[in-house]
Design a protein around this ligand. Structure first.
Ligand SMILES: Nc1ncnc2c1ncn2[C@@H]1O[C@H](COP(=O)(O)OP(=O)(O)OP(=O)(O)O)[C@@H](O)[C@H]1O
Ligand SMILES: [Mg+2]
Length: 381
């Protein structure tokens, strides 16, 4: 288990206007995998490095397995080598002059708790076996593929049997097919060992695929957190909705409410939506609609379609994205059909699915709204 309270990190410098990590509270339950997800520069790597002890916080507290490894109040700082962690970085740092097994054995043969060679070798073989590379143990590292090298890094991080595994964009140097395979491997090993893991990524699909919980970050703060399905299907903030790829949005007004469904008047008609948050009649909202929730037809059979014109289309192999202008709004509709046969300038009717769009109250705060830059910074002793 990892417990983080009030964590703050600021990098000094002329152009620095915000804390890189700005008052984060986070608990990663025992045996779970939590992803830190967010755009470039939002503080994911810094958070991970603070947990690892590779960076010293300015304030807050970090506990790993119940033990305080950093506390600004009590002036505790446990160094990286004393923390029960394994780390894997984006650039798979394998040593080219060593074989696969020598790479994995290295941490066991260095430092104060140096193991004898036969013992270290046995442990390294176990770790290689876990990541499916036992057969390649004696292969020189440069003769391994990118994905194999990344799995070597993972095996090396696991050899010391850490309580906590920290992964910083471990897949980003791999091509698409390999990325999926190594991702699945990481999740399988993590679940098999029941190892508490923090996984950093800026890729929402990757986060959804591997996580027990997804933490959305922006400007060093946590914007939203929840199980992957909830973050995908029921985002509660505009930032999350956009980041999770819900590209269509339009302003509307609540006209009726029942439980978590609301009727919304939009510029082109009305729509029953899922409410994100407490809404009452008259509330102003932004409605977020997934491209796959908008269907297109040449005739308006229901009388409820929104009249528009096709601007352009993009082919993705398994689907088409049609960009359709409806009034002032450009909407994206994703169609999973072999042949739709619409082209630039064609008139169409756009029909949104009922009860799938999400109505988010206007002005849902972004992470840092209202907080002055560098608020709450304290210095650790
Ligand atoms: N050593 C450093 N010195 C000064 N500023 C830093 C340093 N490391 C990070 N920062 C700044 O802190 C902020 C958070 O950086 P961080 O590397 O944690 O972002 P990230 O979310 O990992 O981004 P990415 O997805 O690009 O890896 C950024 O504004 C970055 O420029
Ligand atoms: Mg990073």
């Amino acid at each position: 288990m990892i417990e983080i309270r009030g964590l703050i990190k600021r990098f000094d410098g002329k152009a620095v206007t915000r804390n890189a990590v700005d008052n984060i509270d986070l608990t990663v339950p025992e045996g779970q995998l939590v992803t830190l997800l967010g755009p470039s520069g939002c503080g994911k790597t810094t958070t991970l490095r603070l947990i690892a002890g590779l960076e010293r916080p300015d304030a807050g507290e970090i506990r790993i397995g119940g033990k305080v490894v950093y506390s600004s109040d009590d002036n505790v700082y446990v160094g990286v080598h004393q923390r029960p962690i394994g780390v894997v970085f984006q650039s798979y740092a394998v040593w080219p002059h060593m074989t696969a097994i020598q790479n994995v054995m290295f941490p066991l043969r260095s430092g104060q708790k140096k193991l004898p060679v036969p013992e270290a070798r046995a442990k390294a073989m176990e770790a290689l076996d876990l990541v499916g590379l036992a057969d390649l143990a004696d292969r020189p590292a440069p003769a391994l593929s990118g994905g194999q090298q990344q799995r070597i890094s993972l095996a090396r991080a696991l050899t010391r049997e850490p309580e906590v595994l920290l992964l910083d964009e471990p897949l980003s140097n791999l091509d698409k097919g390999l990325r999926d395979r190594v991702r699945d491997e990481i999740r399988a090993v993590q679940q098999r060992l029941g190892i508490t893991t923090v996984f950093v990524t800026h890729d929402q699909d990757e986060a959804l695929a591997v996580s027990d919980e997804v933490i959305l970050m922006e400007y060093g703060q946590i914007v939203e957190r929840g199980p992957a399905q909830q973050i995908y299907a029921r985002p509660r903030s505009e930032f999350t909705a956009r980041f999770m790829g819900i590209s269509n949005s339009m302003p509307g007004t609540v006209t009726a409410c029942s439980d978590d469904l609301v009727d919304i008047t939009l510029p082109h008609g009305t729509l029953r939506c899922v409410a994100a948050g407490d809404l009452v009649e008259g509330h102003q909202v932004n409605v977020f609609i997934r491209p796959e929730s908008l269907s297109l037809s040449r005739k308006d059979t229901t009388g409820l379609g929104w009249k528009g014109t096709v601007e352009f289309s993009i082919y993705h192999g398994d689907c088409w994205d049609y960009h359709v202008r409806v009034g002032d709004t450009l909407l994206r509709s994703r169609i999973y059909k072999e042949k739709v046969g619409l082209s630039h300038g064609d008139p169409v009717f756009v029909s949104p699915d009922q009860e799938t769009a999400i109505a988010i109250p206007v002005g849902t705060p972004a992470a840092n709204a209202g907080t002055p830059p560098l608020a709450g910074t304290a210095t650790a002793g």
